[in-house]
Ligand binder design. Structure first.
Ligand code: SAM
Length: 215
């Protein structure tokens, strides 16, 4: 997602440190202090403008959520939405998803969401895909033993790449759908901005996978 630089974003972000941080390493081992209650932690990497994580946090007050986004101008839009209706169980973080093992302790995260990640279709950019082995290394570190990854996309090429990448990594699939919106699981589905836009044009693919055997 490319977005025009928003001159107001920097100031807006620093004025709202209670909900967003661009210095996440400061909170290593201290994330729970930023929430009202200590409870399981779910993280979305590539949160975009925040529609999914905000709705998830509203529906699941018994879980703490962190939305990770690399672009300041994009997360500033999510922050604006959050401030309209502040939630005690949602925090926003500006960082590269490839660094999450430097901001969370091993096994600290109970679930990771990757929604409509940038496809990076050129082979030479494959390392930038959020389901490439370099990212899986970091997810593996921070996910708890029962933790899993939920991934949705409208991009068939990225979905096929991700199935292969996760499978080659030795991950176990708990769920795979080639048309989420026509499956029974869609009843519980929370749509993202991209999902709303692209589901009109074709199917939405989803997988859930884990690093360890289910206990
Ligand atoms: N998840 C949202 C949705 O479904 O509407 C946004 C999808 S958008 C195509 C992908 C988002 O991932 C962009 O906002 C982009 O800046 C972010 N992103 C890409 N690479 C990232 C990375 N390495 N770490 C964190 N965010 C990243």
């Amino acid at each position: 997602m490319r977005i025009r630089k928003k001159p107001w974003a920097d100031q807006f972000i620093s004025d709202n440190e209670k909900y967003v941080t661009d210095e996440p390493k400061k909170y290593l081992g201290k994330w729970q202090e930023r929430f009202e209650k200590q409870q399981p932690l779910y993280v979305e990497v590539g949160t975009g403008k925040g529609q999914f994580i905000i709705e998830m946090a509203k529906r699941n007050p018994h879980i703490n959520f962190i939305g990770v986004e690399i672009q300041r101008s994009v997360i500033a839009v999510a922050l604006k939405k959050l401030l309209n209706d502040p939630l005690p169980n949602l925090q926003l973080v500006i960082t590269d998803g490839g660094d999450i093992n430097e901001i969370f302790y091993p096994k600290e995260v109970a679930k990771l969401f990757l929604n409509f990640s940038d496809p990076w279709p050129k082979k030479r950019h494959a390392k930038r895909r959020l389901t490439s082995p370099r990212f899986l290394d970091t997810y593996k570190e921070v996910l708890s033993d029962d933790g899993n990854i939920e991934f949705k996309t409208d991009n068939r090429g990225l979905f096929e790449y991700s199935l292969t990448s996760l499978n080659n990594y030795g991950m176990k699939f708990e769920y795979v759908s080639l048309d989420l919106h026509k499956s029974p699981e869609n009843e519980e589905n929370v749509e993202t901005e991209y999902e709303q836009k692209f589901s009109k044009k074709g199917p939405i693919y989803k997988l859930i996978a884990r690093f360890n055997e289910a206990s």
